[in-house]
Design a protein around this ligand. Structure first.
Ligand code: ADP
Ligand code: MG
Length: 637
């Protein structure tokens, strides 16, 4: 029986040993004696791997095992053993060992202590190799640290959002972009959404809703940041549906405000460029048309004015001729506007105080417009002067004021503002509280001949004239308007500080005065003008008229001995033209009075007239009365 019992014990021992050898790591008994000695009375063969010692080597004395501990971890292991022995609480420890074959490895141990009769402590426990897990932990920690550093240092806002829990993560940069800290955003799940521009919100929401079915979301929208500043965001996100149905959205938002601004700026410049190119070609066209039109009008006016005096006042023919004269006068005004539009440089360059020009305007308007429009002025008392053409500018502002008054048929306020801007510009704003303009009108308003006003009320030349005047003064012009919100026309002109060189006025020198009928040399390439001016001259009693088709022909006539009392010289002719003819004519006949006729009184004409004594400008188209006045002006009437 005893043998039987011994056999059974042996069997269960070998069973346990077998089992222990199957467990990864080592299964052990560890005994600590009161005198400080310790031993591993039993350890499974795993001891060979875990400490690279045999169970036999440490059965009586555990010292070889302690020799394998990493010096930095020795104390903490010893401390844990002491604690467990003292309190009889479970022993837990993670530590490093340095082994002859395997080198540095991580170990984990757990053991249960019990007190023995002799005062020693006996633990039953296990030690496992956790090196791989430790390495994985380390790799994981490293990659996490890498991700965090990336997320925190990248110039974009990185976020994770759950459809159930709201915000889960916001990178610190979110604060730079949105003005709110990640903490604020986590605390208030709607904060981001509330920052989105109301006009863009539906688009963003729709994109979010479509997200689960899409590979990636990529939207641009405006937001108002914590400081009230508007910015453009580009937001790219992907989504992932969790097994429990929760939707996780990972996204990156970046500030693309600068990009947007640059694009808008580019588009605006493009439009401006197109606009000014269009204006320029229209200007050239208008100039050409106006020139021819002037001659046509001149002929009609000439003929009509020549004969009107021969008809009894009030007779049907007199009335008809009168109407023809009035009609050509109106046509002449339109042509003048067109020429003004086509003009590239101001006719005059004097130093001007725009406040004074505008104040004159106000006085004039107050006298002429009905009381319904209230005028206000808001002027910079120290307004810088500008260099320019007072009459062209007056004309331009008159046009703006007329438009403003037209836009306020019931009542309203017209305000003229002036101020100094930047370091060397002045700004003038003509503002009304009128009906304003819809977008389509605003886009076209500055084009010549564009008008929304009825026949006979608008010519559509007002703003285009203003535009070309502003351009001729190297200024800038912009219009802001919305239906029902009034209109603001903003003009900027370069200011001048230095003394302006004022063009010398044309002084007609005293010339010898012939008596009675004049002999006239008429130089014009247009037959219509030739015959109509000849007609006027004849009516005025000057029947001895010689005509020349060109400057060359006129000079030839003078050289051949023709002795006129007066030359009427057209400025715009093929060949020499007025400009080329005048100096040669002066050499031949130094004192011969000349009327220089032109549709365009500009700087060239003024300079030409003032450079040669005895030359007077005669604006086209002219009728009998105008010519008569000019003749009187130079003492030939
Ligand atoms: P016109 O006054 O002869 O029509 P303009 O070139 O001066 O020609 O103006 C063109 C058009 O621009 C006008 O017909 C009008 O529709 C619009 N406009 C100009 N100024 C104003 C304003 N202050 N308020 C509203 N509309 C304006
Ligand atoms: Mg107008």
């Amino acid at each position: 029986e005893r043998k039987q019992a011994e056999l059974e014990v042996d069997q269960s021992h070998s069973l346990l040993a077998n089992l222990a050898s199957l467990v990864p790591g080592v299964v052990y008994q560890y005994r600590l004696y009161p005198d400080g000695r310790s031993a591993f009375p039993y350890s499974s063969p795993g001891m060979n791997d875990i400490y690279e010692v045999t169970p036999e080597e440490v059965r009586i004395d555990a010292t070889p095992v302690f020799g394998r501990l990493h010096p930095d971890d020795y104390d903490s292991v010893a401390e844990a053993i002491k604690n467990s022995a003292l309190t009889l609480e479970e022993f837990f420890c993670e530590f490093r060992v340095i082994l002859p074959r395997q080198g540095l490895r991580w170990r984990w141990s757990q053991a249960h202590p019990q007190r023995m009769e002799d005062g020693s402590t006996l633990w039953h426990g296990i030690i496992l190799d956790i090196t791989e897990r430790k390495q994985m932990d380390e790799t994981l920690r490293e990659s996490e640290a890498r991700f965090v550093s990336m997320a925190e240092n990248s110039p974009v806002a990185i976020y994770r959002y759950s459809d159930r829990k709201g915000g889960i993560y916001y990178s610190p940069r979110t604060q730079d972009l949105l003005g709110y800290s990640p903490k604020q955003l986590l605390a208030d799940p709607m904060l981001w959404q509330r920052s989105i521009h109301p006009e863009d919100l539906p688009k963003v929401k729709a994109a979010m809703e479509a997200l689960p079915s899409m590979v990636e979301l990529d939207t641009e929208y405006r937001i108002r940041d914590a400081f009230g500043q508007e910015k453009w965001f580009r937001d790219r996100a992907t989504s992932c549906r969790q097994p429990d149905g929760e939707l996780i959205i990972d996204g990156v938002a970046m500030d693309i405000t600068g990009l947007h601004r640059a694009e808008e700026e580019k588009a605006k410049l493009q439009v401006q460029l197109q606009q000014s190119q269009k204006m320029e070609s229209l200007g050239t066209l208008a100039g050409g048309v106006a020139h021819d039109m002037n001659n046509v009008l001149g002929a009609i006016l000439g003929m009509a004015s020549a004969h009107i005096g021969t008809q009894p006042y009030g007779s049907p023919l007199h009335q008809s001729l009168d109407t023809i004269c009035k009609a050509t006068e109106r046509g002449g005004k339109m042509v003048k506007s067109l020429l003004g539009f086509a003009r590239q440089s101001p006719a005059e360059n004097s130093k001007l105080n725009m406040n004074e020009i505008l104040k004159e305007q106000v006085t004039l308007l107050e006298r002429t417009t009905l009381a319904k429009v209230h005028m206000e002025i808001d002027m910079e008392p120290e307004l810088r002067p500008i260099l320019g053409d007072a009459s062209a500018l007056t004309h331009a502002f008159m046009n703006l004021c007329v438009n403003a008054v037209d836009a306020m048929p019931e009542n309203g306020t017209l305000t003229l503002h002036t101020r100094n801007v930047d370091s060397d510009w002045i700004e003038i704003v003509v503002e009304d509280t009128g009906m304003g303009m819809p977008k389509e009108v605003l886009e076209k308003a500055m084009e010549p001949l564009f008008t929304t006003k009825g026949v006979g009320k608008g010519t559509g030349l007002g703003l285009s004239l203003v535009f070309s005047t502003v351009k001729a003064h190297r200024g800038q012009m912009a219009i802001e308007s919305e239906p029902g919100q009034g209109t603001r026309v903003m003009l900027r002109f370069p200011a001048c500080e230095k003394e302006a060189q004022v063009a010398a006025p044309a002084v007609a020198e005293a010339t010898l005065i012939p008596q009675g009928a004049l002999k006239v040399l008429l130089v014009d390439d247009d037959e219509l003008i030739q015959s109509s001016v000849r007609m006027i001259l004849e009516v005025l009693g000057h029947t001895a008229v010689t005509t020349a088709q060109s400057g060359e022909e006129a000079l030839a006539l003078l050289e051949a001995g023709v002795e006129p009392d007066l030359v009427i010289l057209d400025m715009n002719m093929p060949g020499l033209g007025g400009m080329g003819t005048l100096p040669r004519l002066r050499m031949l006949r130094p004192a011969l009075p000349v009327l220089l006729s032109t549709g365009r009184i500009d700087q060239t004409a003024l300079t030409l007239a003032s450079a040669h004594p005895g030359v007077t400008l005669l604006p086209k188209p002219f009728g009998l009365r105008e010519l008569q006045k000019h003749l009187e002006g130079i003492g030939l009437g």
